[in-house]
Design a protein around this ligand. Sequence first.
Ligand code: ZN
Ligand code: ZN
Length: 247
Amino acid sequence: MNKFLLFCKKVGNKFLDIVFPTNTKCIFCEDEIVDFEKKPYCERCEKTAFNTGTKCVKCDTQIKSGNIICDHCKSHKRFFEKCYCPLNYEDSVRQSILRFKDSNARYLAKSYAKLICDYIKNENLKFDLITFVPSHKKTVRRRGYNPSELIAEEISQLLNLPCVETLIKIKQTPEQKSLSYQERAKNLQESFLATNTKLIKNKTLLLVDDVVTTCATVDQCSKILKSYAANIYVAAAARNHLKKQIK
Ligand SMILES: [Zn+2]
Ligand SMILES: [Zn+2]
């Protein structure tokens, strides 16, 4: 095929993808699936992807059956009302989130938003607006987008509520993974600044993140927003569970 025909084919396929999207792959493991519209994940992933069982009433991490609250929430004051995470940050979900965050798989925001909305729909929650955990502008420039903001925008469309920027990240925080909760919290202090504060006065917000681990980030964000807003609920696509508490 000559170069011009190849170009026409590429443009044509792109056009067809936009008009008739033909996404037929599992959003987690990328295996081919039968009915993407009905269920965008395969049966194998369905068995392990979802955050089920006994969970902490505050932060949604899995805990031993018979317990109500995790050790962490018992010993730390939380500034948010409750955190909701439909997926386990493990295996193919983890791979999916990494594609979303680091490999430009922005289309996944729509599926994550739908899973979050399905997960909270029976909770009878009423939000005034949707907001998101900010990224530092240097990180946004490098990545091209803020993953949490993409999910928040999709949720705002699904729930027909405004999506508002309420926080700005003014300090880049170093790698958090190897730090204790106290060290993470200390790192995060003075990292965020509230914006659009008049808009959030006495409002109930849904604060969106991509993955939640210790809750240090969402808690610090909630602490700042709580100076203005009435209530903060948190939603993230996936929960990185605090393993010690399950075993
Ligand atoms: Zn799968
Ligand atoms: Zn907890």
